[in-house]
Design a binder for this molecule. Sequence first.
Ligand SMILES: [Zn+2]
Length: 105
Amino acid sequence: MKQICKKCLLIGHGRHGFFSGNVYIAFSQIALGVALIAINIDRLSGPELIIHILAALSIVVGVLNLLDSRKPGRICPRCNKAEMIVIETQEGQKFIKENNISLPQ
Ligand SMILES: [Zn+2]
């Protein structure tokens, strides 16, 4: 799935930022959440409840991160702008046509 940068017109593959779409960070966030819940499972009321809320949030963010890692990154490896779009999409085709870009086959 090739992408093109809307800023510098580089054709290639975008990458993810450090905190988005990073599989290892995603798994760490999920593991941290599960561990926090497991440690505090017998304290479900009082001030400890905030730990469970934070743990649940950590799991949610981790899962979103994991889903994000399945999608192509948006950061251009040349100009570092988050402007990479997938060529095969409608947005990509429109951009190619509007800017008269010839694709290498
Ligand atoms: Zn670029």
